[in-house]
Design a protein around this ligand. Structure first.
Ligand code: IPE
Ligand code: IPE
Ligand code: MG
Length: 247
């Protein structure tokens, strides 16, 4: 039986988030420039998007570019931005074919104009698709997002739209970029790094974490299904004891 066939279709997560890591190392191992790894990583994005759509997941959030990634050499940042532009153009058809809606989280103002324009056009074209929502985290960092949320709350309190006593975890989550999505049940990171790198810190409070050694450009549907199968074997207790959560 294939890994996909072993999955319990009734126990799939609604939201999976992925830290796509290892492009640079993948390229260097082959004696190529780092950017070659980023180019190859696009195929993996297509694979996981198709896999998630096939399974009927509702949200797939991909960490594509962090706030901290702006500090990389300018040539690499420029290459990543132009790769984004060409990828959005070439992949819009795949999104339409798979009934996928594109969204982003992160500081859009920091992105170059051509990237913003392509994103806006693609989001507009895919807005009525009601299968999977593919969320690209671009110029995203969780601390930035949380601070922005705090500022919006402070402003609503000053404007008299919100009472300080009303603020709780549920209200707070509505002030985040991810306000319309459930928290990810599963977070995957590739390339063997065991850290979160400023990604969805609030939202992963109770996510299951899955780390694998595969470098992102080698990540295929089978690896995604394997992560989901591993997830399905876990017991999520949310602070309770085992007996309480067993059906
Ligand atoms: C992930 O691969 C992609 C981005 C962060 C844009 P890296 O570029 O971080 O690759 P490694 O970690 O250096 O191998
Ligand atoms: C995290 O990867 C950001 C993305 C995958 C976009 P990095 O490669 O930038 O993270 P660190 O620097 O190893 O923590
Ligand atoms: Mg990396």
């Amino acid at each position: 039986m294939s890994v996909k066939e072993q999955l319990d279709k009734k126990k799939l997560p609604k939201h999976v988030a992925i830290i796509m890591d290892g492009n640079g190392r993948w390229a260097r191992k082959r004696g190529n420039a780092r950017v070659f790894g980023h180019q190859q990583g696009v195929k993996s994005v297509r694979e996981v998007t198709e896999a998630a759509a096939e399974l009927g997941l509702k949200f797939l959030t991909l960490y594509a570019f962090s706030t901290e990634n702006w500090s990389r050499p300018k040539t690499e940042v420029d290459a990543l931005m132009s790769l984004l532009v060409s990828t959005i153009s070439s992949e819009t058809k795949t999104l339409m074919d798979n009934n996928v809606k594109l969204k982003t989280i992160g500081c859009k103002e920091n992105l170059p104009g051509d990237v913003r324009d392509k994103l806006t056009a693609c989001m507009d074209q895919t807005k009525d698709n009601d299968g999977l929502t593919l969320v690209l985290a671009l110029s995203y960092s969780s601390r930035w997002e949380i601070v922005e949320g705090v500022k919006k709350i402070a402003s609503d309190v000053l404007d008299g739209k919100l009472n300080v006593d009303q603020v709780n975890a549920d209200i707070f989550s509505h002030y985040l970029e991810t306000s319309y999505m459930p928290d990810p049940e599963l977070l995957i990171r590739t390339s063997g790094e065991l850290r979160i790198s400023n990604f969805l810190l609030w939202q992963i409070a109770y996510s299951e974490l899955y780390f694998c050694n595969v470098l992102w450009p080698d990540f295929r549907k089978e690896h995604f299904f394997k992560a989901l199968l591993d997830f399905q074997g876990r017991e999520r207790r949310f602070g309770k004891i085992s007996d309480q959560v067993k059906k």
